[in-house]
Design a protein around this ligand. Structure first.
Ligand code: TXA
Ligand code: MG
Length: 338
C-alpha cells in the first residue's frame, strides 16, 4: 500500500475525512501523541488498526470525538463526575471510561462493557474528526510495544506501507499519552497518568484512587483494569535502566559503566562530564519538557545504536508521574540508585 503523506490544508483534511469514511486507516496528530485512526463505528475498519499495529486483541481503544454531546451516544450512562471532568478538561489530554452504549462495536472495547472517550484539543485532530463525520478509534500510531510517536516522521517509520495516509500536524505538545480515568466503579480510578495530573483530577472530583500498577509490575496471573498496562510498552531496542540520584551521582554511575554500546539519557545541562554518548530529555526540574521529549529521546538512542541506556530518573509528581510510568515500562522496571 502506498501511504499518502498529507498536511494541515483544507484539501488534505477533506481527503483524510473521506478515507476514514471509506473504512481506511489514517494517522493523525493530537496534542499527546500521534494516533492511528479508524471509524469507531465500523468494526471492520477498527480490525485494521489491530492488524497494522500488531496489537493484542484484548487491548481496547480510545474513541476520539469533537463535540461533548457525542459522549451521550457512545456511553450508556454519563454521571455527574464525568460531566464535571468534561467541563474542566475537554478538549484536552484526558480520557474518561464510562459504561458503553450498544452503538460502539465490541472490538473497540475488546469486549469490555465500558468505553474510553476523549476529546483532543489539537486543532488538526478535531478538523479531521469533523471531516470524517464519525467518532474515531485511535491508539498511539506506533507498532505495538515501541515508543509512541510524537512526530509524523516517526509514524512513517513504523507505519509507511501499512495504512492509507499520515497527516503531519507538527510535533506533539504534551508528548505522553492522555490521562485515563475510569468512572465505572465506586470511586474514580486513575488507570494511566498523563498530561492532566492527579492533583488536577482531585480538584474536580475530590479523592480518587490510583491503580498501583502505575508504578509496579503486575504479578503473575494478575488481572488489570486497564489492559494496556500489562504489556511491555514504550520500549526501545536498547536495554533501559533508570538511575536515581543527583547530577553528580548519575554522571559518576554512568561513567563507571562506560562500555561499548552504553549511552546516557540525561537532563539538559547535565552532560558535560559524561564520558559516554548521550541523548537528553529536558531539564531536571522541567516536567513538561521531559514529557514532550521522552519518546523521541528513546527513539534517538536506538537510532544511534545504544545497546544499554542509563536514564536519569525524573521527578515523579505532577506530569512527572506520567513520565516515570512510561520510563518504568521502557526499563521493564529496572531501577538502581547511584
Ligand atoms: O493520548 C492518547 O490517549 C493517545 C492519542 C492517540 O489519543 N492514544 C492512546 O491510545 O494512547 P492507546 O491505545 O495507546 O492507549 C489506550 C489505553 C490503553 O492502556 C488501554 O488499555 C486503555 O487506554 N483503555 C482503553 N479502553 C479502555 C477501557 N474500556 N477500559 C480500560 N482501559 C481502557
Ligand atoms: Mg499505545
Amino acid at each position: 500500500m502506498n501511504t499518502l503523506h498529507l498536511h494541515n490544508t483544507i484539501e488534505d483534511i477533506a481527503k483524510a475525512g473521506q478515507l476514514l469514511r471509506d473504512g481506511e486507516l489514517v494517522a493523525i496528530p493530537t496534542e499527546t501523541v500521534y494516533g492511528l485512526a479508524a471509524n469507531a463505528l465500523d468494526a471492520e475498519a477498527v480490525a485494521g488498526i489491530f492488524a497494522a499495529k500488531e496489537r493484542p486483541a484484548d487491548n481496547p481503544l480510545i474513541v476520539h470525538i469533537d463535540d461533548k454531546d457525542t459522549v451521550y451516544s457512545l456511553c450508556a450512562e454519563v454521571n455527574d463526575q464525568a460531566k464535571a471532568l468534561m467541563d474542566a478538561f475537554w478538549p484536552g489530554p484526558l480520557t474518561i471510561i464510562l459504561p458503553r452504549a450498544p452503538i460502539v462495536p465490541d472490538i473497540v472495547s475488546a469486549g469490555l462493557p465500558t468505553v474510553a472517550v476523549r476529546m483532543p484539543s489539537h486543532e488538526t485532530a478535531r478538523a479531521i474528526i469533523r471531516a470524517a463525520g464519525v467518532p474515531l478509534a485511535a491508539p498511539s500510531a506506533n507498532r505495538s510495544g515501541s515508543p509512541s510517536p510524537t512526530t509524523a516522521a516517526r509514524v512513517a517509520a513504523d507505519m509507511d506501507g501499512r495504512i492509507a495516509a499520515i497527516v503531519d500536524g507538527g510535533d506533539c505538545e504534551v508528548g505522553v499519552e492522555s490521562t485515563v480515568i475510569s468512572l465505572c466503579g465506586d470511586i474514580p480510578l486513575l488507570l494511566r497518568p498523563g498530561g492532566i495530573t492527579p492533583a488536577q483530577l482531585e480538584s474536580v472530583l475530590g479523592e480518587i484512587a490510583v491503580a498501583d500498577s502505575i508504578t509496579r509490575p503486575l504479578k503473575e496471573g494478575e488481572t488489570v483494569a486497564s489492559p494496556g498496562m500489562k504489556y511491555k510498552h514504550y520500549a526501545p531496542r536498547a536495554q533501559v535502566t533508570i538511575v536515581k540520584g543527583d547530577a553528580a551521582a548519575f554522571t559518576a554511575f554512568v561513567n563507571a559503566h562506560a562500555d561499548d554500546g552504553v549511552m546516557a539519557m540525561a537532563f539538559d545541562g547535565e552532560t558535560d562530564a559524561l564520558t559516554v554518548p548521550f541523548v537528553t530529555y529536558g531539564a531536571r526540574d522541567d516536567r513538561d519538557a521531559q514529557a514532550r521529549e521522552l519518546f523521541e529521546a528513546l527513539r534517538l538512542a536506538d537510532d544511534r545504536g545504544a545497546k544499554v541506556l542509563y536514564a536519569a530518573c525524573p521527578p515523579v509528581s505532577g506530569v512527572g508521574l506520567a513520565v516515570y510510568n512510561r520510563l518504568l515500562r521502557a526499563a521493564a522496571f529496572r531501577v538502581v540508585s547511584a
